[in-house]
Design a protein around this ligand. Sequence first.
Ligand code: ADP
Length: 605
Amino acid sequence: MVAEDHPRSFQAAYWDETFPAVCQRFSVAIALFVLFMGVGAFVEGRYYPERATQAWLLWALEAAAGIVGAGISWLPRLRARVLSITAASAIAVIALICTYHGGVGASAERLATVLGCMLNLLAVLVPWARQAQAVTVLGTLASFGAADPHLVATESMTFPWVVLAAAATTSVCAAVFLHQYRFEAFRRTALQAEEAEISAALADFGETLSRNLGQEGLLEQVNRLAVSALRCDFSSLFLFDERRGVYALASGFGGDPEALADLAGLDFAPDSLPLFARFQPGALIEMADTAEQDLVPPALMERLATASALCAPVARGERIIGILVTGYNARKGAFSRRQCRLALGIAHATAIALENTRLVGDLRAANRLKSEFVATMSHELRTPLNVIMGYTQMLADGAIGPDDPASYAETLDRIHRNAVELLELVSATLDMGRLEAGREAVASGTVHLGQLFAELAREVQPITPAGVALAWRSDFGPEPVLADRVKLKTVLKNLVGNALKFTAAGAVQITARRVENQLAIAVRDTGIGIAPEHLSLIFEMFRQVDSSSTRQHGGVGLGLHIARRLVELMGGTISVESRPGAGSTFTVTLPLRAATPVAAPATAA
Ligand code: ADP
């Protein structure tokens, strides 16, 4: 059940604030009454000297009844009875007025007017709502009824009764409408104050989390702040562990230490509790009494010392990545509107903090990789440049010259090979730049795999170690396929280049086959192989199994990344199988589309 507004708590808060106002306003009403009735008693004595004593005596009694009632209403221990006390006091005063008027046989119209004034004075001045006003009205009518036989009416007795009935009705209406208005104003102000308090608490929460972003103890901070903001006993944050597919406690604060230790040892599979099936982003789940619900076994809740709990999903978009559970060890009952709003806000801020922490981690990793790349790149660029400079210097010094044709040719060949390596490095970096900028477009055309293989065989021949048998085989024969020739060649050259680089002796085979409706090209070598933990990493940018400065093999860690990006651009996939010491097989699969057969030039097979 989602917690909602609690009107009863508003009512209680309203009366807590209104009771003192009732005492105060009733006292003012009595003071005004004593004043005006005093003036009345004085005028009565002047016009009817024979009634003067009675008039002053009754005035004193009325004043005493009013003052005593007002005085008692201020007593703190009678606070809950303020409405009854003030209404009783008002009725006593009114009964005394009626007694006097009946006793002296006064005018019924005058009495009805005095009572009407009194009732409206009370309704307007005293914020005591319809019940107290209605009771006072009934008391008034009864007192007037009792005095009725002794009163003197100028015309019919009906007129005073009509006047009194009208005054009584308007006074009750006034009390009802004023109460509604006051209560609504109170509710609006209270909501605004609560809203401001919630916003301030959440802003404070967000600021603390940003300050602690990426630091240890961030999650404990979340729970600590949740406990203090919600004023509850404990807060625990469970995060979904993608690898194990379970919810596990990431951090907890407050509550029973033994229960927390218990929780730390528990894993919850998403289908282990009905609770998980009920979660939706942005919706709270409230367990007002953990013994009376069917979302989590009550025995488990008892073991975890949880009497009531509020669960807020921590979501990244539509995906729930964790759950924030706050609650009480012993207190049962519904959570307030404020607590619900805060729990949701805290869960939301936590999701943002977790996402930011992940991004900060990614950025740090990317930064580290870039630094490694710059170091590797400088090294890779310097090595062939040094070789080129060394040999050209020797040529310039005449240490090697055309008079020794063998050394001369070999030197020129070395200079050339190093220059080619430099060019490849720069080309790979430019390829990366183009891919990153999204400028690489697929240009499909007719490709004769046999011809492509022959071309590649010629190009990699200079880098093929003496002890490696290089074999090319295509099941397609002269049949052409539709593909982006340039991209396919770049991919294969990278894979074959790696196979030759990491195979000192043995075999490297390149085979092209038709697998269902796919073109599958496998590059298999018997080289050093790759450990399983590195298999998922080698396709990432700048990743190398060995990136140390003392490594034996050249390269900047871009080849496989570029290959994968190009294959994906062509709508295909690239995968690897490998065993350390036994060699590796990289397989590229591309959607096979038939091309119009064209006579194939010479093939290498
Ligand atoms: P580079 O070869 O320039 O270092 P790549 O992206 O082509 O970068 O390869 C990344 C890493 O993957 C290599 O450094 C190497 O550790 C590993 N690797 C790639 N191909 C092979 C292979 N055929 N045998 C063993 N390891 C390989």
